[in-house]
Design a protein around this ligand. Structure first.
Ligand code: 9PG
Length: 484
């Protein structure tokens, strides 16, 4: 193995003895929703056509190239020969600097390059007969260096994939009551996006919600469930009280003005500057307040906002450091006992803070959004296929946190999944392991649906691919074991 310690902001490159026409490359995207996959090196890595798609799935400072034979990857990369040997490059610390890898087919050779964004970090680059084992060993090493948390996985009911932003307090309680009646083994009932007046105004209720989020935990606790809640703590909406009161707290552009960093919720949104001491204090107090309401499970979403390029209060901080400062403030306010599920989050730079991590894009009640995936080159959109494809390709990340492959959809109503697709979703979630979740309104499930859901709530250990000959090796093995 070659241990690498590049010079400040330095780079490395190697010409490798690999045949580009038979080599496959395993890449890892920037954050939860970005694609991770094992593909022929000669293919093209998808680069989404529209900027609004790039904004929600990729690092703007290191976008996929879109060119055939050029693959970009965050933190680690593996180049695989037929037979399973090859090369692995791996960062061993992502708390200060990001490691950006690029593999490029050049004639009959492969050129690998590494750029480190920030100060020195330990890195390894090695040739191996067994890429899977080496990748697992190095990922486990990174997990240890960054003190990965390894809590028990939880079974979660989440409001998003059925009620979306129209969720109400009575619906939450009704689902919890019905779950108890049917003896569904959930640990947590988690309220998702929709309860709040605006992005950033987390303590003000939305009118339609029919109450205040602080009133929910007591009712859930009476039914024997823990309470969970969604926050996008690094975001602010342009009409929010937060944005109006503190425009100076936002990540800024070169012109010194708050930088719009994405579009969702019917307009642009802004990101907090997590190097600003007042922001850090506000984040800490927010987490403390919400935990004080009785929530012991926080789903912290759109966290990539803390790691984007931009002008910050403390310009000496790297993106990775700024992100970690924001996370640390949230953890401090939430306390060590609170379970933190991170989502839309930079992956390796969350290790040590995250209890669980969404390791793929959203499931949705369709199998494949092929128009968006194939024609617009975006496989980060909500669809069961996209969620499974990416979460499976991150199997080794179980050494970093509990993986969250997102929800099972067992209902037949308000879903375009066929019975076969529901069963495939169930089987692949079982292979991925980690958290178990559902969003189905309990009243929408008939006996068959309830049986499927009960099976989906059985915890499992992440499977290890037996071979890299197929990227779905683990799944194929699993189907072969006769789970269905
Ligand atoms: C709430 C949801 C749910 C869901 C999260 C996240 O614009 N986008 O590209 C986009 C991507 C993902 C997304 C929402 C918007 O979903 O993953 O579970 O919590 O937010 O808004």
């Amino acid at each position: 193995m070659t241990d690498l310690v590049p010079e400040q902001s330095g780079g490395h490159s190697w010409t490798l003895d690999l045949d580009p026409s038979t080599t496959r490359v395993l890449v890892n995207g920037f954050q939860s929703w970005s694609e991770a996959e094992l593909q022929p090196l000669s293919a093209a890595q998808a680069r989404p056509t529209f900027v609004w798609m790039q904004e929600h799935g990729h690092d703007p400072a290191f976008l996929p190239s879109g060119e055939a034979g050029v693959w970009r990857s965050h933190t680690l990369i593996a180049l695989v020969r037929p037979g399973g040997g090859g090369y692995v490059g791996h960062s061993l610390d992502e708390s200060r600097s990001y490691a950006h890898w690029e593999a490029r087919a050049e004639g009959s050779q492969v050129r690998l390059s590494l750029r480190v964004e920030g100060p020195d970090i330990p890195l390894v680059f090695t040739e191996t007969d067994d890429v899977i084992s080496t990748l697992e060993q190095l990922s486990a090493q990174l997990g240890r260096t960054m003190s990965a948390r390894t809590p028990s996985p939880l079974r979660v009911w989440c409001s998003w994939y059925s009620y979306y932003r129209a969720v109400t307090l009575p619906q939450m309680l009704e689902n919890a009551r019905l779950s108890r009646e049917k003896a569904l083994p959930f640990d947590v009932f988690q309220l998702d996006d929709g309860f709040q007046a605006d992005l950033g105004d987390w303590t003000l209720p939305a009118e339609h919600f029919g109450g205040h989020a602080r009133d929910l935990p007591a009712g859930l606790s009476e039914l024997g469930y823990r309470a969970g809640i969604w926050l996008a703590p690094f975001l602010a909406g342009p009409d929010s009280e937060l944005f109006r009161a503190h425009p100076d707290w936002m990540l800024k552009g070169e012109d010194g003005r708050p930088l719009p960093i994405g579009n969702n919720w019917g307009g642009p949104y802004y990101g907090l500057d997590t190097t600003h001491p007042e922001v850090l204090n506000w984040l800490k107090e927010l987490a403390r307040e919400v935990v004080g309401w009785g929530y012991s499970y926080l789903k912290l979403d759109f966290l990539f906002a803390g790691a984007l390029p931009g002008v910050r209060h403390d310009p000496s901080r790297t993106r990775a450091e700024a992100y970690r400062m924001g996370l640390a403030a949230l953890r401090e306010g939430a306390g060590e006992e609170t379970f933190l599920l991170l989502c839309g989050a930079p992956l390796a730079s969350s290790i040590g803070v995250a209890d669980a991590m969404r390791t793929g894009p959203d499931v949705s009640p369709i199998w494949d959004d092929d128009a968006r995936r194939v024609w617009l080159h975006d496989a980060t959109g909500p669809a069961a296929r996209n969620a499974l494809h990416t979460a499976l390709s991150r199997w080794y990340q179980h050494a970093w946190y509990q993986p969250d492959p997102d929800v099972m959809i067992a209902r037949e109503v308000q879903s375009m999944l066929s019975a076969a697709e529901r069963h495939a979703l169930l089987g692949l979630l079982d292979v991925i392991g980690g958290l178990r979740a559902s969003s189905d309104p309990v009243s929408s499930l008939d006996e068959e649906g309830l049986t499927l859901l009960r099976r989906a709530l059985e915890l499992s250990t992440p499977d290890r691919p037996i071979t890299l000959e197929t990227s779905f090796g683990a799944a194929v093995t699993h189907f072969g074991r006769g789970t269905f």
